[in-house]
Design a protein around this ligand. Structure first.
Ligand code: PLP
Length: 383
């Protein structure tokens, strides 16, 4: 791999393109090949860096792992997993039975479901915090083994003062993990803000085309990286070679996609806030948004997720969604296409998320097409 230290000074836009490539030698391919083999020729005592069996390691993962770690500015190669949840599971395994976990009160609902499972099956204490309320959040850190943060949160878009929370968690003796899925490494680098571990659902922006499910863990610590890798080998939560190859191909355009989508998101958030059929909009890029101050201080942009509440309740939210023709009603986010969903359609979503809240994952289509579709669907609401 051409993963030399000369990449260190390059801008993220360049890193997405150049990292994880084969060495530039005569006749070598420009892209890393997909290696389809479950096992490798090997005899005698295995050497530490030898490929043996693809549940342990394979060269098809490495270019993607190197590219993600270069974007997160990490010292260690990242560790790719079969899904974002598999990546999260590896990090939650750091909490000993009977230990303590701190999680956001709003976060990806399956992460919170996982925390509930830890309570029931591993006697782990779980304390939920409002990540936007720094002083009260810090009070929960006492005796914590792991402080798991997500910022911006899914789906409420709360934004944390990450450096302050991370410092306080470390002072309390806890490890800190940050789910950086919404921000992407282009807009936020939690390791540089002091976090120990970063997680992505690479299903979303990193891969970017709604065609693979993948996760990744990134850390600066050789020990943590080794532990996460060992977890992956032990649990077999490994990614298929095609998926990882596709994710690397998607990653090449991460900067173009994120920049285009977040420009659309800002424009839509501004227009939606003026719409008579919209009761509330959240987007950290709006100066009036509660997350604006923290996002401006600690992020390089505001992302491409917008949430809105139409005037009315569940019926109006569902009706608005059913009037859309360009936007796709679907769960998940971070693809090139604009999607949306009413989050409380899931009975497992937190009851403190408003029932009519619609999460928009803004894509890279033309802004006027996106707006016209939203506008007509809102105008179709009665009253
Ligand atoms: C913020 C966040 N983290 C983690 C996940 C889980 O990722 P995956 O679906 O790839 O397992 C999701 C999925 O929606 C998510 O939104």
């Amino acid at each position: 791999m051409d993963n030399s230290s000369r990449h260190e000074s390059l801008a993220p836009e360049t890193l997405t393109v150049v990292s994880g490539r084969p060495r530039k030698t005569q006749g070598s391919p420009v892209n890393p090949p997909i290696v389809l083999s479950s096992t490798y020729i090997s005899q005698g005592v295995p050497q530490p860096d030898e490929f043996l069996y693809t549940r342990m390691d394979t060269e098809t993962w490495q270019p993607f792992e190197e590219a993600v770690s270069s974007l997160e500015n990490a010292d260690q190669p990242s560790v790719v997993f079969s899904s974002g949840m598999a990546a999260i599971a590896s990090v939650l395994s750091f909490i000993p039975d009977g230990g303590k976990l701190v999680v956001p009160r709003h976060a990806y609902q399956v992460t919170l479901g996982f925390a509930q499972d830890l309570i029931e099956r591993h006697n782990i204490r779980v304390e939920k915090i409002d990540i936007a309320d720094t002083s009260s959040a810090i009070k929960a850190f006492d005796e914590a083994d792991l402080v798991f943060l997500e910022s911006p949160t899914n789906p409420m878009l709360e934004v944390a003062d990450l450096p302050t929370l991370i410092d306080a968690a470390h002072s309390a003796g806890a490890l800190v993990a940050v789910d950086n899925t919404f921000a992407t490494p282009l807009l936020q680098q939690p390791l540089s803000l002091g976090a120990d571990l970063v997680i992505h659902s690479a299903t979303k922006y990193l891969a970017g085309h709604s065609d693979v499910v993948l996760g990744v863990v990134v850390t600066n610590s050789a020990h943590l990286a080794q532990t996460v890798r060992a977890y992956r080998t032990l649990h077999g939560s490994i990614a298929g070679p095609f998926e990882v190859w596709l994710a690397l191909r998607g990653l090449r355009t991460l900067a173009l996609r994120v920049n285009s989508a977040q420009a659309n998101a800002l424009e839509l958030a501004q227009r939606l806030s003026q719409h008579p059929k919209v009761a509330a909009v959240r987007y950290p890029g709006l100066p009036t948004d509660p997350g604006h101050k923290n996002a401006t201080a600690h992020m390089n942009g505001y992302g491409a997720i917008v949430v809105l509440q139409p005037v009315g309740g569940i019926a109006e939210a569902d009706s608005m969604i059913s009037h859309l023709t360009l936007w796709t009603p679907a769960t998940s986010l971070g693809g090139v296409e604009s999607t949306l969903e009413r989050r409380r359609r899931f009975s497992t979503e937190s009851p403190t998320v408003p029932e009519n809240l619609i999460r928009l994952s803004v894509g890279i289509e033309h802004i006027e097409d996106l707006w016209n579709d939203l506008n007509q669907a809102l105008n179709a609401l009665e009253g």
